[in-house]
Design a protein around this ligand. Structure first.
Ligand code: NAD
Length: 440
């Protein structure tokens, strides 16, 4: 059993801490957010993530999992310290490392012996070495010479299936220069090691780069199929069948080929921008990534153009929106396409009625600027009341089998924009809708 502290109890830290405690380790999850920790101590999970509540409850009962705001004790009492704080984008697109480095300072200030410092946050290449320098400087100032090692252990979990992903990863990446730290990390992930999960062991810089290169590639793949979809609309091809035909080629693979309103979320937008910035700082130009970033911004606005092209002037038109989060099964609204699409619809005169199963709380403040033109509804049928159009923006399961007659009953007009390609045109037309999809 390893003694682990996880600093930062957000989407990644909380899931990592909970699953590691489920692997049999003793885990202390720490956060500066007192409210979050108070709520966790009572067993109330501050985010929506399927399956997380059960695993937290079970391991709290077994006393494997604890929550605290006391970073000093967490560092003194544990051997392996995970850094899982945010690395949000700065105005210039680069990753803001202030939270990561502040945790590094805390570790150096409070450590009383050997520690393995594991960076789980997504950080630019070179951050591991920066963490090392920061810790060493503070230890020097303290006049102590405790040993420590730094490991880069990037996380690949997806929000919405985070518990499953952390428990069943396709690979574990461990970047370190120290055999001692590597042995400790293999112990941390022993359950996965025994299950023959592939481990990629490498140096810190390579591990840091694997994460950015992976996320940027996925963002590019989504953007690629979105651009193909745009062309499909012009030439009479069906992007879903194109994607199916492409995806059967093992070299391409069938994942991440769903055309839609553009990628969002807390990772792809920020990580593509950070990678492009890192490249520029090294006199390299990642043209594919820079173009991906621009094309993704265009894709969101293209959805608004699609709606305008069909409906004409949007002044006074009521648009019912199904889904606000960047994808289903999460309450995360960071960089969701809705944050661009809805204000743009309002700018063009529309009035919004929106429903999201989990995103309303987060959406409340994020849509503050358009609140006079927006109503949050209680369910999917409420959004269509007096609406001229319905826009399916996030493919939550409950939007996949709508009762169309009920949806249409209260509507003033009959437009249906399926921005996730969930439905078939003939089906919607049968119920009297004018149907528009993406790339079909
Ligand atoms: P988050 O914003 O949900 O959580 C970060 C937490 O860290 C917050 O609760 C914050 O209060 C806490 N924090 C900040 N400074 C602190 C400090 N000094 N001490 C203790 N706690 C502190 O962020 P997240 O989505 O969990 O992402 C964390 C990192 O993991 C980021 O680098 C992100 O890119 C990466 N990542 C995220 C995902 C994802 O799907 N969310 C997936 C893989 C990797």
């Amino acid at each position: 059993m390893a003694k682990i502290a996880v600093i930062g109890s957000g989407y990644v830290g909380l899931v990592s801490g909970a699953v590691l405690s489920d692997f049999g380790h003793s885990v202390m999850c720490v956060d500066v957010d007192q409210k979050k920790i108070e709520s966790l101590k009572k067993g109330v999970i501050p985010i929506y993530e399927p399956g997380l509540d059960a695993i937290v409850e079970k391991n709290m009962q077994m006393e494997n999992l604890h929550f605290s705001t006391d970073i000093q004790s967490a560092i003194e009492d544990n051997d392996i310290i995970f850094i899982a704080v945010g690395t949000p984008p700065k105005d210039d697109g680069s990753a803001d490392l202030q939270y990561v480095l502040s945790v590094a300072e805390d570790i150096a200030t409070h450590m009383q012996g050997y520690k393995v410092i594991v960076d789980k946050s997504t950080v630019p290449v070179g951050t591991g070495q920066k963490v090392k320098r920061t810790v060493r400087e503070i230890l020097d100032k303290r006049g102590v010479d405790y040993e420590f090692d730094v490991v880069s252990n990037p996380e690949f979990l997806r929000e919405g299936s985070a518990v499953y992903d952390f428990s069943n990863p396709e690979r574990v990446v461990l970047g370190t220069e120290s055999q001692r730290a590597l042995d400790a990390m293999i112990e941390v992930y022993r359950v996965l090691y025994l299950n023959e999960t592939p481990f990629v062991t490498t140096n810190i810089e390579t591990a840091e780069m694997i994460k950015y290169a992976s996320n940027a590639f996925l963002a590019m793949k989504i953007t690629y199929i979105n651009e193909i979809a745009n062309l499909c609309e012009k030439v009479g091809a069906n992007v879903q069948n194109v994607a199916k035909g492409m995806g059967m080629d093992d070299r391409i693979g069938n994942k991440f080929l769903n055309a839609g309103p553009g990628y969002g979320g807390s990772c792809f937008p920020k990580d593509t921008k950070a990678l492009a910035t890192i490249a520029r700082e090294h006199d390299e130009h990642l043209t594919l990534i820079e173009t991906t970033i621009q094309a993704n911004e265009r894709q969101k606005l293209r959805m608004v153009d699609k709606i305008c092209a069909a409906m004409g002037d949007l002044s006074g038109k009521v648009i019912g929106v199904l889904g606000l989060t960047f994808k289903p099964n999460t309450d995360d609204m960071r960089e969701a396409p809705s944050l661009v699409i809805l204000p743009e619809l309002v700018k063009r005169g529309a009035i919004i009625r929106a429903f999201d199963p989990e995103g309303t709380k987060e959406g409340g403040w994020r849509f503050e600027d358009i609140e006079q033109h927006m109503t949050f509804c209680d369910d999917e049928y409420c959004v269509s009341q007096e609406a001229d159009a319905v826009v399916l923006l996030t493919e939550w399961n409950q939007f996949r089998s709508l009762d169309f007659d009920r949806l249409k009953a209260g509507m003033k007009d009959n437009y249906f924009f399926d921005l996730r390609n969930v439905y078939e045109k003939c089906m919607l037309e049968k119920h009297g809708f004018r149907y528009y999809a993406v790339g079909r």
